[in-house]
Ligand binder design. Structure first.
Ligand SMILES: NC(=O)c1ccc[n+]([C@@H]2O[C@H](COP(=O)([O-])OP(=O)(O)OC[C@H]3O[C@@H](n4cnc5c(N)ncnc54)[C@H](OP(=O)(O)O)[C@@H]3O)[C@@H](O)[C@H]2O)c1
Length: 289
Protein backbone atom coordinates (compact mmCIF):
# COMPACT_ATOMS: atom_id res chain seq x y z
CA UNK A 1 0.00 0.00 0.00
CA UNK A 2 1.37 3.42 -0.98
CA UNK A 3 1.22 5.97 1.83
CA UNK A 4 1.50 9.70 1.13
CA UNK A 5 2.49 12.30 3.72
CA UNK A 6 2.10 16.02 3.04
CA UNK A 7 4.25 18.13 5.39
CA UNK A 8 6.86 15.38 5.39
CA UNK A 9 9.69 17.89 5.82
CA UNK A 10 8.33 19.33 9.08
CA UNK A 11 9.33 18.22 12.56
CA UNK A 12 6.35 15.88 12.92
CA UNK A 13 6.39 14.80 9.26
CA UNK A 14 10.04 13.72 9.32
CA UNK A 15 9.35 11.61 12.40
CA UNK A 16 6.31 9.98 10.78
CA UNK A 17 8.36 9.05 7.71
CA UNK A 18 11.19 7.73 9.90
CA UNK A 19 8.79 5.62 11.96
CA UNK A 20 7.03 4.33 8.82
CA UNK A 21 10.35 3.22 7.37
CA UNK A 22 10.74 0.92 10.39
CA UNK A 23 7.57 -0.87 9.27
CA UNK A 24 7.36 -0.77 5.46
CA UNK A 25 9.75 -0.72 2.48
CA UNK A 26 10.81 2.76 1.36
CA UNK A 27 9.08 2.31 -2.02
CA UNK A 28 5.71 2.33 -0.21
CA UNK A 29 6.27 5.85 1.13
CA UNK A 30 5.57 9.04 -0.84
CA UNK A 31 6.86 12.13 0.99
CA UNK A 32 5.37 15.42 -0.18
CA UNK A 33 6.82 18.89 0.48
CA UNK A 34 7.04 22.29 -1.17
CA UNK A 35 10.81 21.89 -1.16
CA UNK A 36 11.92 18.36 -2.20
CA UNK A 37 15.61 19.14 -1.59
CA UNK A 38 14.81 19.15 2.16
CA UNK A 39 14.04 15.43 1.86
CA UNK A 40 17.08 14.27 -0.12
CA UNK A 41 18.09 12.02 2.80
CA UNK A 42 14.78 10.14 2.50
CA UNK A 43 15.12 10.03 -1.30
CA UNK A 44 18.54 8.40 -0.84
CA UNK A 45 16.79 5.67 1.18
CA UNK A 46 14.37 4.97 -1.69
CA UNK A 47 11.42 7.09 -0.54
CA UNK A 48 9.55 8.78 -3.40
CA UNK A 49 9.79 12.53 -2.81
CA UNK A 50 7.33 14.79 -4.64
CA UNK A 51 6.72 18.51 -4.81
CA UNK A 52 3.31 19.60 -3.55
CA UNK A 53 2.00 22.90 -2.19
CA UNK A 54 -1.37 23.26 -0.45
CA UNK A 55 -1.66 26.70 -2.07
CA UNK A 56 -1.00 25.45 -5.60
CA UNK A 57 -3.74 23.04 -6.67
CA UNK A 58 -1.91 22.19 -9.91
CA UNK A 59 0.88 20.64 -7.85
CA UNK A 60 -1.32 18.49 -5.62
CA UNK A 61 -3.07 16.03 -7.94
CA UNK A 62 0.21 14.79 -9.47
CA UNK A 63 1.76 14.67 -6.00
CA UNK A 64 -1.09 12.44 -4.79
CA UNK A 65 -1.12 10.05 -7.81
CA UNK A 66 -1.03 6.43 -6.73
CA UNK A 67 -1.39 7.27 -3.02
CA UNK A 68 -3.84 5.02 -1.19
CA UNK A 69 -3.68 6.55 2.29
CA UNK A 70 -2.87 10.26 2.53
CA UNK A 71 -1.78 11.92 5.78
CA UNK A 72 -2.44 15.66 5.60
CA UNK A 73 -0.20 17.36 8.15
CA UNK A 74 -1.50 20.91 8.40
CA UNK A 75 0.81 23.81 7.63
CA UNK A 76 1.33 26.53 10.20
CA UNK A 77 -0.91 28.95 8.26
CA UNK A 78 -3.65 30.83 10.08
CA UNK A 79 -7.33 29.99 9.92
CA UNK A 80 -8.66 31.32 6.59
CA UNK A 81 -5.64 30.12 4.64
CA UNK A 82 -5.84 26.68 6.28
CA UNK A 83 -9.48 26.30 5.21
CA UNK A 84 -8.43 26.82 1.62
CA UNK A 85 -5.49 24.47 2.04
CA UNK A 86 -7.78 21.71 3.29
CA UNK A 87 -10.23 22.32 0.45
CA UNK A 88 -7.39 22.15 -2.08
CA UNK A 89 -5.90 19.00 -0.57
CA UNK A 90 -9.21 17.14 -0.32
CA UNK A 91 -10.39 18.08 -3.81
CA UNK A 92 -7.04 17.06 -5.30
CA UNK A 93 -7.07 13.81 -3.33
CA UNK A 94 -10.46 12.96 -4.83
CA UNK A 95 -9.23 13.72 -8.35
CA UNK A 96 -6.11 11.61 -7.71
CA UNK A 97 -8.32 8.75 -6.46
CA UNK A 98 -6.76 8.63 -3.00
CA UNK A 99 -8.63 5.98 -1.02
CA UNK A 100 -8.36 7.26 2.55
CA UNK A 101 -7.61 10.62 4.20
CA UNK A 102 -6.07 11.22 7.61
CA UNK A 103 -5.25 14.45 9.41
CA UNK A 104 -4.37 15.85 12.81
CA UNK A 105 -6.39 18.14 15.01
CA UNK A 106 -6.10 18.88 18.72
CA UNK A 107 -7.77 17.51 21.84
CA UNK A 108 -10.76 19.68 22.73
CA UNK A 109 -11.59 20.60 19.14
CA UNK A 110 -15.17 21.80 19.35
CA UNK A 111 -16.91 25.07 18.46
CA UNK A 112 -16.30 27.71 21.13
CA UNK A 113 -12.83 26.52 22.17
CA UNK A 114 -10.71 29.71 22.55
CA UNK A 115 -7.60 28.26 20.83
CA UNK A 116 -6.89 30.63 17.92
CA UNK A 117 -6.52 27.74 15.46
CA UNK A 118 -9.59 25.90 16.77
CA UNK A 119 -11.78 27.14 13.88
CA UNK A 120 -9.25 25.61 11.47
CA UNK A 121 -9.34 22.33 13.39
CA UNK A 122 -13.15 22.29 13.45
CA UNK A 123 -13.10 23.05 9.73
CA UNK A 124 -10.55 20.29 9.06
CA UNK A 125 -12.70 17.72 10.86
CA UNK A 126 -15.85 18.82 9.02
CA UNK A 127 -14.02 18.87 5.69
CA UNK A 128 -12.86 15.28 6.16
CA UNK A 129 -16.34 14.15 7.33
CA UNK A 130 -17.79 15.64 4.15
CA UNK A 131 -15.02 14.53 1.80
CA UNK A 132 -16.96 11.49 0.55
CA UNK A 133 -13.77 9.52 1.19
CA UNK A 134 -13.00 7.25 4.13
CA UNK A 135 -11.36 9.43 6.79
CA UNK A 136 -9.54 9.22 10.10
CA UNK A 137 -9.05 12.24 12.39
CA UNK A 138 -6.15 12.02 14.84
CA UNK A 139 -6.62 14.30 17.84
CA UNK A 140 -3.33 14.92 19.62
CA UNK A 141 -2.36 16.38 22.95
CA UNK A 142 -0.23 19.52 23.03
CA UNK A 143 3.37 18.81 22.05
CA UNK A 144 5.56 18.01 25.08
CA UNK A 145 8.54 18.99 22.90
CA UNK A 146 7.59 22.64 23.33
CA UNK A 147 8.44 22.48 27.06
CA UNK A 148 11.39 20.13 26.58
CA UNK A 149 12.99 22.52 24.08
CA UNK A 150 12.25 25.46 26.37
CA UNK A 151 13.89 23.87 29.44
CA UNK A 152 17.05 26.05 29.52
CA UNK A 153 14.88 29.19 29.68
CA UNK A 154 12.58 27.57 32.23
CA UNK A 155 15.56 26.99 34.51
CA UNK A 156 16.52 30.66 34.16
CA UNK A 157 12.95 31.85 34.71
CA UNK A 158 12.51 29.55 37.73
CA UNK A 159 8.94 28.89 36.64
CA UNK A 160 6.82 27.75 33.72
CA UNK A 161 4.69 30.72 32.68
CA UNK A 162 1.97 28.73 30.93
CA UNK A 163 -1.29 30.64 31.54
CA UNK A 164 -3.25 27.49 32.27
CA UNK A 165 -4.39 28.20 35.87
CA UNK A 166 -5.47 24.81 37.27
CA UNK A 167 -6.23 23.30 33.84
CA UNK A 168 -4.56 20.04 32.89
CA UNK A 169 -3.44 18.62 29.56
CA UNK A 170 -2.10 15.31 28.17
CA UNK A 171 1.26 16.55 26.81
CA UNK A 172 2.74 14.12 24.27
CA UNK A 173 5.97 14.02 22.29
CA UNK A 174 5.97 14.38 18.52
CA UNK A 175 7.90 11.13 18.34
CA UNK A 176 5.19 9.18 20.16
CA UNK A 177 2.57 10.74 17.88
CA UNK A 178 4.68 9.71 14.88
CA UNK A 179 5.25 6.18 16.17
CA UNK A 180 1.52 5.69 16.67
CA UNK A 181 0.67 7.35 13.35
CA UNK A 182 2.95 4.93 11.47
CA UNK A 183 1.11 2.00 13.05
CA UNK A 184 -2.27 3.59 12.37
CA UNK A 185 -1.45 4.19 8.71
CA UNK A 186 -1.02 0.42 8.31
CA UNK A 187 -4.03 -0.64 10.40
CA UNK A 188 -7.38 -2.03 9.24
CA UNK A 189 -10.74 -0.68 10.32
CA UNK A 190 -9.64 2.88 10.97
CA UNK A 191 -12.18 4.54 8.65
CA UNK A 192 -14.54 6.85 10.53
CA UNK A 193 -12.54 6.74 13.75
CA UNK A 194 -11.07 9.56 15.85
CA UNK A 195 -8.04 8.11 17.64
CA UNK A 196 -6.54 10.22 20.42
CA UNK A 197 -2.75 10.32 20.51
CA UNK A 198 -2.03 11.86 23.88
CA UNK A 199 0.52 11.50 26.64
CA UNK A 200 0.29 9.07 29.58
CA UNK A 201 -1.03 11.55 32.17
CA UNK A 202 -2.98 14.76 32.65
CA UNK A 203 -0.70 17.45 34.02
CA UNK A 204 -1.32 20.94 35.36
CA UNK A 205 1.41 23.56 35.04
CA UNK A 206 1.98 23.16 38.78
CA UNK A 207 2.65 19.44 38.10
CA UNK A 208 4.99 20.38 35.25
CA UNK A 209 6.95 22.71 37.56
CA UNK A 210 7.31 19.98 40.19
CA UNK A 211 8.53 17.47 37.61
CA UNK A 212 10.94 19.95 36.02
CA UNK A 213 12.32 20.88 39.47
CA UNK A 214 12.82 17.22 40.42
CA UNK A 215 14.46 16.28 37.14
CA UNK A 216 16.80 19.29 36.97
CA UNK A 217 17.44 19.80 40.69
CA UNK A 218 16.71 23.51 40.11
CA UNK A 219 14.18 25.80 41.79
CA UNK A 220 11.24 25.77 39.39
CA UNK A 221 8.22 27.00 41.24
CA UNK A 222 4.70 27.42 39.97
CA UNK A 223 3.59 31.05 39.81
CA UNK A 224 0.21 31.62 38.09
CA UNK A 225 0.80 33.48 34.81
CA UNK A 226 -1.50 35.53 32.59
CA UNK A 227 -1.60 35.11 28.80
CA UNK A 228 0.06 38.54 28.39
CA UNK A 229 2.97 37.43 30.63
CA UNK A 230 3.50 34.37 28.47
CA UNK A 231 3.39 36.36 25.22
CA UNK A 232 5.82 38.98 26.55
CA UNK A 233 8.34 36.37 27.75
CA UNK A 234 8.24 34.45 24.46
CA UNK A 235 8.58 37.63 22.39
CA UNK A 236 11.56 38.77 24.50
CA UNK A 237 13.15 35.42 23.60
CA UNK A 238 12.57 36.04 19.89
CA UNK A 239 9.30 34.26 19.14
CA UNK A 240 7.03 36.13 16.73
CA UNK A 241 4.03 37.86 18.30
CA UNK A 242 1.71 35.76 16.14
CA UNK A 243 3.19 32.45 17.31
CA UNK A 244 3.27 33.57 20.94
CA UNK A 245 -0.37 34.69 20.85
CA UNK A 246 -1.50 31.48 19.12
CA UNK A 247 0.28 29.37 21.74
CA UNK A 248 -1.12 31.52 24.56
CA UNK A 249 -4.63 30.82 23.34
CA UNK A 250 -3.92 27.07 23.48
CA UNK A 251 -3.01 27.49 27.15
CA UNK A 252 -6.21 29.50 27.68
CA UNK A 253 -8.11 26.49 26.29
CA UNK A 254 -6.27 24.29 28.79
CA UNK A 255 -7.20 26.77 31.57
CA UNK A 256 -10.82 26.26 30.50
CA UNK A 257 -10.30 22.51 31.06
CA UNK A 258 -10.90 21.86 27.35
CA UNK A 259 -8.48 18.92 27.14
CA UNK A 260 -9.46 17.06 30.27
CA UNK A 261 -11.95 14.77 28.55
CA UNK A 262 -9.14 13.16 26.55
CA UNK A 263 -8.96 9.37 26.76
CA UNK A 264 -5.48 8.32 27.82
CA UNK A 265 -3.99 5.05 26.60
CA UNK A 266 -4.68 5.24 22.86
CA UNK A 267 -1.03 5.13 21.85
CA UNK A 268 -0.23 2.19 24.11
CA UNK A 269 -3.30 0.24 22.95
CA UNK A 270 -2.33 0.69 19.31
CA UNK A 271 1.43 0.20 19.56
CA UNK A 272 1.91 -1.93 22.69
CA UNK A 273 4.23 0.73 24.09
CA UNK A 274 3.23 3.61 26.37
CA UNK A 275 4.12 7.13 25.27
CA UNK A 276 6.94 8.76 27.22
CA UNK A 277 6.03 10.75 30.30
CA UNK A 278 7.10 14.37 30.72
CA UNK A 279 9.51 13.19 33.41
CA UNK A 280 11.21 10.80 30.95
CA UNK A 281 11.34 13.42 28.19
CA UNK A 282 12.87 16.09 30.44
CA UNK A 283 15.37 13.57 31.88
CA UNK A 284 16.41 12.60 28.32
CA UNK A 285 16.92 16.27 27.51
CA UNK A 286 19.15 16.76 30.56
CA UNK A 287 21.11 13.60 29.73
CA UNK A 288 21.66 14.72 26.14
CA UNK A 289 23.32 18.01 27.17
N1 LIG B 1 -0.39 19.71 19.17
C1 LIG B 1 0.39 20.78 19.28
O1 LIG B 1 0.79 21.20 20.37
C2 LIG B 1 0.86 21.47 18.07
C3 LIG B 1 1.82 22.46 18.23
C4 LIG B 1 2.28 23.06 17.09
C5 LIG B 1 1.78 22.70 15.86
N2 LIG B 1 0.84 21.73 15.76
C6 LIG B 1 0.31 21.32 14.45
O2 LIG B 1 1.10 20.26 13.93
C7 LIG B 1 1.51 20.59 12.60
C8 LIG B 1 2.89 20.04 12.37
O3 LIG B 1 3.75 20.56 13.33
P1 LIG B 1 5.32 20.64 13.09
O4 LIG B 1 5.91 21.04 14.36
O5 LIG B 1 5.79 19.42 12.38
O6 LIG B 1 5.37 21.87 12.06
P2 LIG B 1 6.57 22.33 11.14
O7 LIG B 1 7.85 21.71 11.57
O8 LIG B 1 6.50 23.82 11.07
O9 LIG B 1 6.19 21.71 9.73
C9 LIG B 1 5.19 22.25 8.96
C10 LIG B 1 5.16 21.53 7.63
O10 LIG B 1 4.16 22.15 6.82
C11 LIG B 1 4.68 22.19 5.49
N3 LIG B 1 4.02 23.26 4.77
C12 LIG B 1 3.93 24.57 5.12
N4 LIG B 1 3.23 25.25 4.19
C13 LIG B 1 2.87 24.33 3.24
C14 LIG B 1 2.14 24.42 2.04
N5 LIG B 1 1.64 25.58 1.58
N6 LIG B 1 1.95 23.28 1.32
C15 LIG B 1 2.47 22.10 1.73
N7 LIG B 1 3.16 21.95 2.88
C16 LIG B 1 3.37 23.07 3.61
C17 LIG B 1 6.16 22.43 5.66
O11 LIG B 1 6.87 21.86 4.57
P3 LIG B 1 7.65 22.63 3.41
O12 LIG B 1 7.99 24.00 3.92
O13 LIG B 1 8.84 21.78 3.12
O14 LIG B 1 6.69 22.59 2.30
C18 LIG B 1 6.46 21.57 6.88
O15 LIG B 1 6.75 20.25 6.46
C19 LIG B 1 1.46 22.10 12.57
O16 LIG B 1 1.19 22.56 11.30
C20 LIG B 1 0.34 22.44 13.51
O17 LIG B 1 -0.88 22.50 12.84
C21 LIG B 1 0.38 21.12 16.83
Amino acid sequence: MKIGIVGASGRLGRLVVTRLLELVPAEDVIAITRTPEKLSDFADLGVTVRQGDYDDTDSLEPAFKGVERLLIIPSRALVAERHEQYDNAIRSARYAKVKHLLTYTLEGTTPGNPFALNPANVYAEMALFQSRLPWTIIRTGPYADELVDWLPSIIELGSIPYPTASGKAPYVSRDDIARATAKLLLSDKIAGTIPEFVGPEMLSTEDLCKIAAEVTGEDIIYVPAEPADYVQIRMEEGMSEQDAVVLATMYIAIAEHRMEKAHLGGIEKLTGQAPKSMRELLAEKIASE
